[in-house]
Design a protein around this ligand. Structure first.
Ligand code: FE2
Length: 376
């Protein structure tokens, strides 16, 4: 059928209606932004970048922006009660509010996503100062988390209009953290598939990997996880949902203490995980520990790796493999008093996805801590 084959030969890959250039920043709503910024500088090696507050015309809130390579974090605190930021902190404790994504056209990003059913958080808004303009827009995601689209191609200032440069004499060295690898969301019972559909339909993501409760279960608890990725793979958002087990799962513990759905962990890439984790540990970052037995059959499970086992074992770094290579990863303990948000440090050596072997080791480590908190 010549007509059909002619049609086929002209068929193009579907156009990515939401081209993303990566994560622009992660904004945390916290109880005390000044001290949070100090902690991330001291413990993680972030550098002071920008500040907004009453002195820059922001009457009711302050924000400190810190950066390390392509990783930008904002810590924001309300100066008063009775507003959305104060309410967020009261309800959730310190946590992630904004996963901001870099785009070429924030107007188009807003139009394409809201047309597909995304609920608007911020209509396209142009911010201007003497360094140029930044266009922001945004949509709601799970819980109170939002995605802000950031168009900054016409901006030459230090961060964005409304902020001034933040310089200080206190500049601890960096620790080799490079960029956001992925951000994981915890959602409620039966909510994983609706959020998978949201990322597929509203944002054009694909489900690249799924783990069910047979893959991810321990003696006591279980969860399900689906990994969503945008077209170029720069942005990955795995979604976790609790599953029935003998006891309360770690996702349920999170939902209880966060008072709802939210970001469970932010994974940060490094080129040298042994060096990065050694420095983080020396600077007070606490990591989950895996039992020594995890390393006994490691080479049988993952095959050849370039690293010596001793430092991996000493630091508690996990190793896993997908079809394309392997990855090294480790998880911090929660970084606030509520058992909610934590970080992952990850080094990819060929692997672009995730293996399932580490999940069990991770969850058993979390459960030991959950049990110590009396929440298992
Ligand atoms: Fe992760």
């Amino acid at each position: 059928m010549p007509i059909l084959s002619a049609t086929n030969s002209r068929r193009q890959a579907p156009v990515d209606f939401l081209p993303l250039q990566g994560t622009d920043y992660v904004e945390f709503y916290v109880g005390n932004a000044k001290q949070a910024a100090h902690f991330y500088k001291t413990a993680f090696g972030f550098q002071s970048l920008a500040y907004a507050g009453p002195e820059t015309g922001s009457k009711d809130k302050v924000s400190y922006v810190v950066r390390q390579n392509k990783l930008t974090f904002i810590f924001t605190t309300s100066l008063r009660t009775g507003n959305l930021i104060a309410d967020h902190t009261y309800l959730h404790g310190d946590g992630v509010k904004v996963l901001a994504l870099r785009v070429d056209d924030a107007n188009s990003a807003w139009k394409e996503t809201t047309q597909r059913g995304g609920r608007s958080y911020m209509e396209p808004t142009t911010l201007v100062d003497k360094f140029g303009e930044v266009v922001l827009s945004g949509i709601h995601a799970y819980g109170e988390t939002v995605h802000v689209f950031v168009e900054r191609k016409n901006y030459a200032g230090v961060f964005m209009p409304g902020y001034r440069e933040w310089t200080t004499r206190y500049n601890p060295p960096e620790t080799g953290l490079l960029y956001v690898d992925h951000c994981v969301g915890n959602v409620g019972w039966n909510q994983m598939d609706p959020w998978v559909r949201f990322y597929e339909q509203v944002m054009g993501f694909r489900n690249i990997l799924s783990f069910d409760d047979n893959d991810i279960s321990t003696e006591y608890s279980a969860l399900m996880s689906k990994v969503m990725s945008n077209g170029n793979g720069y942005v990955k958002f795995p979604i976790n949902e609790p599953a029935e087990g003998k006891k309360k799962s770690q996702v349920e513990e999170y939902l209880e203490f966060y008072n709802g759905e939210g970001v469970q962990h932010v994974a940060i890439a490094t080129k040298d995980i042994i060096s990065t984790v050694t420095q983080l540990r020396d600077r007070g970052v606490e990591f989950l520990q895996v039992p020594d037995s995890y390393y006994n059959d490691l080479r049988d499970r993952v095959g050849h790796i370039d690293e010596n086992l001793d430092p991996l074992k000493e630091l508690g770094i996990l190793v896993d493999r997908d079809e394309e290579g392997y990855l090294l990863q480790i998880f911090t303990r929660p970084v606030e008093d509520r058992p909610t948000l934590f970080f992952e440090i990850i080094q990819r050596k060929g692997a672009k996805s995730f293996g399932k072997g580490n999940f069990k080791a991770l969850f058993e480590a979390i459960e030991r801590e959950q049990s110590a908190r009396g929440n298992l």
